[in-house]
Structure formats: C-alpha cells, structure tokens
Design a protein around this ligand. Structure first.
Ligand code: ZN
Length: 319
C-alpha cells in the first residue's frame, strides 16, 4: 500500500504524444505492451492548431475514463525549441513541412491541462529514453538512436544523459562522401546531399523512381543507400563512441529486400569502411550484430519514449 497514492489525486497513468511528420500517435499508459492502455493515431496534416485541438479533446476524454494524468510527454519531429527560457519553447521551428514552421505544440497542452508536468524532447531522444528504460539500450549509458523514415534524426545518451547542447543533435544533416556510382543530387531543401537528402524514404523514392518498399532486392539504389548509411554510422561511431547504435524508422524494414538482409549488408559495409581502425569486441565479425541493432520496442519506440519523457518530467516536478 502506498500512502502517496492515497494523498495525491493522480495515478501513474501518463499521457504520451509521438509527434511525427506523417502521424501523431497519442496514448495513455505507464509502459510498453499492455502498459499502453489506449491509443489513437491522427494524421499530422498541415494545420497544427486544428490538430492540437483534436489532441486536447482526445486526452480530455481519456481523463474522464482513467482519471487525471500524472504527467504528459511529447516526443516530436523537429527541429524543436528545447530552451525553457525561450519565448518559443515547445515550438517546432524550421521544418520544411508545409504549415508547421513555428508551430506551438506545448502551448495548447499547457493551457488545457494546467499543473500537469510536461516532458518535451525530440522524437529520437524520446525513443532513446524508451529503449534505455525498456528496450535495446537497457544498462547502457552511451548509445545512439537513429530513425530513418520520412526524415533522418538521431539522439541518444552520453554518460546516461540525453544528448542536448546548443539545441539538439541534427545527425541526419551531416555531409557524407559520395558513394561510387551515385550521381543523385540529393533531396534536402537545406543541404541537398546531406544524409537525410540521400537516404530518407522520400530521397530513396526520388533516386530510384519508385517507393523504397517496391524496390527489387538487387536494385542499385539499395546498395548505394546502405553504403551511405554505413558511412554515417562510422562517422557517428568515431565522434561519439557509442556502445550500441539502435536503428529505427521504416526504411530499415527494407521492403522486398527485407530487414535481415538490410542489417547484414549494413554491418558488413560498416566494418569495411571502418577498416579495423577502432578495436573493440563489439565491432568484430562476431560482435557487430549486437552493435547495430533494430529497436526492441519496434514501432512503439517513439510512443513509449513519450511515456518515458512524461515519467521523467513527473520525477523532476515532484515536491
Ligand atoms: Zn539536410
């Protein structure tokens, strides 16, 4: 029996929002699997104010059913403003997504649920926290979480703390060497041939003239894409020295090529490019399968990450 439970009006159920460029997943719960009590998926669309009204209405209905929410967490596509002293804290900032430049995500939640602690971070830092708590990064203090889907983002932890700094990491926009046979001009509206401009789902589709999931396994776009991703993972390994790289998002499922073949080729390319320079059992032929891995929470990594952000916010706000 917990005295605190009797004295405080709230339970352990938190609200979670995985704010993606294509869909928003809203959920209430306290963990992965059966811990996700309710969820709904809303199309992101091009009208943030209208979508946030739908989000608020859904959580208000959940509150009737499950009681007051102990906290809320938002794991958002970005770039986002994470500076709590900033006038635009909780906003999406410079996204090329139509309608979403300078969109206020946290404001509508603050106004609708006053006093409820709010956790807010990038989708990838959220997913990293979820994987640290319940998934492929349990027990690790230094790791990276990457998503490759509509865009490319990266987050993670160093010494057990989520990666933040000037703003937040933008791993998807690093420049990369041109892979042999690649003459694609790149798809990033800011940088052309950055990692996202070369390897996001839309970039693969533009390069190949068909969606990634329809590409035959032998299509040269797969070899070029995987080789380019391997270069990026080598760069990240050299810069951050992670103990594991978790690679989520839809592109890793690799359509007709298949997820297993995708990871096998990626790991082999990674080792070839690194050329034995960094010495660790994790990077050997026998160890690499445990170094570059898919998320253990699968497609729930993002929404579970938002739950973890909410739980972290609650601890910080506790008296
Ligand atoms: Zn870019």
């Amino acid at each position: 029996m917990r005295l605190m439970g009797a004295m405080t009006p709230h339970n352990s159920i938190v609200g979670a929002i995985e704010a993606g460029g294509t869909k928003f997943i809203c959920a209430v719960g306290d963990g992965p699997g059966a811990g996700l009590r309710e969820r709904v998926q809303l199309a992101t669309g091009d009208d943030p104010a209208r979508l946030m009204r739908e989000v608020v209405a859904w959580f208000s209905a959940q509150r009737e059913k499950h009681g007051p929410l102990a906290a809320m967490g938002v794991a958002s596509f970005g770039p986002v403003d994470l500076d709590e002293r900033s006038r635009t804290h909780g906003f999406i900032t410079t996204t090329p997504k139509p309608g979403w430049q300078n969109a206020d995500i946290l404001g509508p939640l603050r106004r609708a649920f006053p006093g409820v602690p709010l956790g807010f971070d990038t989708d990838v830092n959220g997913a990293a926290l979820g994987e640290a708590r319940w998934g492929a990064a349990r027990g690790l203090e230094d790791f990276i979480y990457i998503t490759i889907g509509t865009g490319i983002g990266g987050g993670g932890m160093a010494r057990g703390r989520l990666l933040h700094g000037l703003v937040h990491p933008e791993m998807g926009h690093m420049g990369l060497p041109r892979v042999e046979g690649d003459d694609f001009e790149g798809a990033c509206p800011f940088h052309g041939r950055c990692w996202e401009g070369l390897c996001s789902g839309p970039a693969i589709a533009r390069r190949a003239g068909m969606p990634a999931e329809s590409l035959p396994p032998g299509h040269p776009a797969w070899a070029i894409t995987i080789r380019t991703i391997a270069h990026a993972l080598v760069n990240l390994t050299c810069v951050l020295s992670p103990r594991r790289i978790i690679l989520g998002g839809s592109v890793r499922k690799a359509g007709r090529l298949g997820e297993a073949a995708f990871f096998e080729k990626l790991r082999a390319d990674f080792r070839e490019i690194l050329a034995g320079y960094i010495v660790s059992p994790a990077l050997t032929e026998g160890g690499i399968a445990g170094f570059i891995v898919p998320p253990q929470l699968g497609d729930d990594a993002g929404v579970c990450g938002a739950i973890a952000l909410a739980q972290a916010a609650k601890e910080i706000s506790a008296p």
